[in-house]
Design a protein around this ligand. Structure first.
Ligand code: GP9
Ligand code: MN
Length: 664
């Protein structure tokens, strides 16, 4: 029997029931919600432009193209379910962002503590106006219910239809084929369009202005800026699946063996002969990591004014490491933190904080926690930056005091002024934290591009006025005065005498023009001078009794901090997987930088841009002249080996593996 199309519905109703209309409604609703989310983020410098909307539509098509392949009723129900799920996801992201200035990721969801941390705050993060976000559900859910239970949709699914007079007819197999072909075509068009609209622009960005983003992401918000929310979650899911499926990538057995031997040798060589071992057992430990705080301006003056008067004053009763190197790579501040608190080399590409936040490390806070310390980290910026919130849980800090924990009473640059940051942090240390404590503080006021408000500019930088170099000096001078206040504050609160206090710089200031340093220092500089200037940051160690003060000229580096702190506290470093030196154990030491340069105090090796050993330069540190490249050969082999071992340990989570093997 040949049947003609039933005409039981009015024209507008037919139009509304048309799959394309329903599909477009779905797309528009979800796009509006994504735009609403974006508007709610108030993300600095990030706009949702035309192409971002194109990417969003493309992502929605990719998420929903398959609904076209379903019979009408199932399509409607699927689109409504997708709406519910995506709305919930977008809203969860919105609430999470309000607190953490970050987006949800699978590792975060698996770390219940992070979401728990919202705890009491949750009520303050949900606004009444958010109800509008769900307003469409009032129409969408009843519509789905009708589709589910009404005779008309149900009958269509079973191959029957209700004709205009209420009687039943049935589709021929030919009709069904035509409908199937239509669905397939529509689904394929949606898929292809989705790929073109979402993947196309993202791919283009990743090859142009966002080059390296996927290999080297530093903040989920930057990733979101390129991919939009849905593709961001897609990428997160992909990364998670990649790590979980199968046993994951396997390390080369010879690399594992090399790492094992290295740590076994290190254990063997462990000594504790220095008189300082355990001398400060159970003291508090405060470590301040200063943003872009370099060594070249320590002890220097401009126009008769000291750049760092308070640091210089502290030096008199502290140990000052005059050739202390930052060992950071692309992960900048997070790399300095990683090197200092984990004592492994930061990665050659990206930040270990971002890439391997779920791997096992012997972090300083975790060791101190095991030894009865309260461990806290303080940084008055967005907690998601450099993936800190996630990483700090892995490192076993009791609490991460981030931007939301500070009263914004003196905004400066990216965030809060260091002066207020120090004041509020010390307040928290004395009121909220039990002793002994380990406090790790990360400053921010001297961040590139170093512009300070007029009232905070206390240094006359003379000929450097108006230059970035001048602004840099100005900002470190400001941080130095904040540091002076902090020390006073600690003294007034009775926290200075029983505390090991350390201050070191995280990395260079990214100002690379040699002429400026020559002008400032009043002498010409060779390549060795410049390499040292750009890689040396100061380390100051104030021991509780001001003991062992003086300048230590032997090389040392950020990786040395954890083993050395443990030495002072009398905690054996022997069983931990650290690669830094213990500066107190009396052994000679070698410091390897992430760019492949190294120094052992006798020679200084500067790699060439092509990383070929023969084209590099080896300096004799006693004459400060170039010497035969072979003088650097043994050190070069050792440094290549160390960097490789460290990379293998981090990438393949070898500490976890070694511990498991040890437990068997
Ligand atoms: C922000 C701060 C700056 O939290 O760590 O990071 P940087 O740009 O120096 O790596
Ligand atoms: Mn930094």
């Amino acid at each position: 029997m040949v049947v003609t199309r039933p005409s039981h519905s009015s024209m507008p109703r037919r139009l509304l029931n048309h799959p394309l209309t329903l599909y477009l409604i779905f797309l528009v609703l979800m796009l509006l919600k994504l735009m609403w989310l974006h508007h709610n983020l108030h993300a600095y410098n990030i706009t949702m432009g035309f192409f971002d909307k194109v990417i969003a539509i493309g992502s929605l098509l990719l998420l929903s193209f398959w609904t076209w392949l379903l019979p009408r009723r199932s399509m409607i129900v699927s689109l409504v379910l997708l709406n519910l799920l995506l709305t919930a996801l977008i809203y969860a992201d919105m609430v999470y962002y309000r607190y953490f200035q970050d987006f949800l990721t699978i590792p975060v969801l698996l770390q219940a503590r992070q979401v728990d941390a919202l705890g009491d705050s949750i009520a303050t993060l949900i606004y009444a106006s958010d109800l509008w976000f769900f307003a469409d559900w009032l129409a969408v859910i009843p519509f789905a219910a009708i589709a589910l239970f009404s005779r008309r949709y149900r009958s269509e699914n079973t191959g029957a239809y209700v004709n205009g007079y209420g009687s039943y007819g049935s589709y021929t197999s030919n009709d069904r084929k035509v409908r199937m072909r239509r669905r397939l075509t529509a689904g394929s068009v949606a898929l292809v369009l989705g790929l073109g609209l979402a993947v196309g622009p993202i791919y283009f960005y990743s090859k142009t202005w966002a080059k390296g983003l996927f290999e080297n992401n530093w903040w989920n918000v930057s990733m979101y800026n390129v991919t939009g929310l849905l593709a961001f979650h897609g990428y997160d899911l992909y990364n998670y699946a990649k790590d979980q499926i199968g046993s994951g990538p396997e390390a080369d057995p010879s690399d594992v063996k090399e790492a094992k031997t290295f740590f076994a040798d290190r254990q063997q060589a462990f000594t504790r002969k220095d008189a300082l071992f355990g001398k400060y057992k159970d003291s508090n430990v405060i470590i301040v990591q200063g943003e872009a705080y370099m060594n070249f301006m320590i002890g220097q003056s401009i126009g008769g004014q000291e750049i760092t008067p308070h640091f210089n004053e502290l030096m008199k009763e502290s140990q000052y490491y005059s050739h202390f190197y930052h060992q950071t790579g692309q992960g900048r501040t997070s790399d300095a933190d990683f090197g200092a608190n984990i004592s492994l080399h930061p990665l050659p590409v990206g930040s270990a904080f971002v890439r391997y936040a779920d791997h096992m490390y012997d972090s300083l806070p975790s060791i101190l926690k095991d030894n009865g310390y309260s461990t806290n980290v303080f940084h008055a910026y967005e907690s998601g930056f450099w993936n800190r919130y996630t990483m700090y849980q892995n490192m076993k800090y009791d609490k991460f005091y981030s931007k939301n924990d500070y009263v914004q009473d003196d905004p400066l640059g990216w965030s809060l002024s260091d002066e207020s940051f120090f004041r509020q942090s010390v307040e928290k240390m004395s009121n909220e934290v039990t002793e002994p404590f380990y406090s790790f503080l990360i400053t921010l006021s001297s961040h590139h591009p170093y512009v300070l408000p007029q009232d905070k500019q206390q240094l006359d930088v003379g000929e450097f006025q108006g230059t970035m170099f001048g602004n840099y000096l100005q900002s470190v001078h400001y941080v130095d005065s904040a540091l002076g206040n902090m020390v006073e504050d600690l003294k007034n609160r009775g926290l200075w005498e029983n505390t090991i206090f350390m201050f070191y710089g995280d990395h260079d200031n990214s100002i690379k023009e040699k002429a400026q340093y020559e002008q400032f220092l009043g002498r010409s500089l060779n390549d060795l001078d410049m390499e040292q200037i750009m890689n040396e940051v100061p380390l100051l160690v104030h021991l509780p009794d001001g003991a062992a003060a003086g300048t230590i000229d032997e090389p040392s580096g950020q990786l040395d901090i954890t083993p050395s702190v443990l030495h002072l506290l009398g905690i054996s470093d022997q069983s931990y997987y650290h690669m830094g030196n213990d500066v107190y154990d009396g052994s000679s030491r070698m410091v390897v930088l992430r760019n492949g340069a190294f120094s052992d105090g006798t020679v200084f090796y500067i790699p060439s841009d092509d990383y070929i050993y023969e084209s590099a330069t080896c300096y004799d540190l006693s004459s400060r002249n170039k010497t035969d490249i072979n003088a650097c050969r043994p050190g070069y082999d050792e440094s290549v080996k160390r960097l490789h071992i460290s990379d293998t340990v981090i990438t393949y989570d070898l500490i976890q593996q070694f511990r498991e093997e040890g437990a068997q």
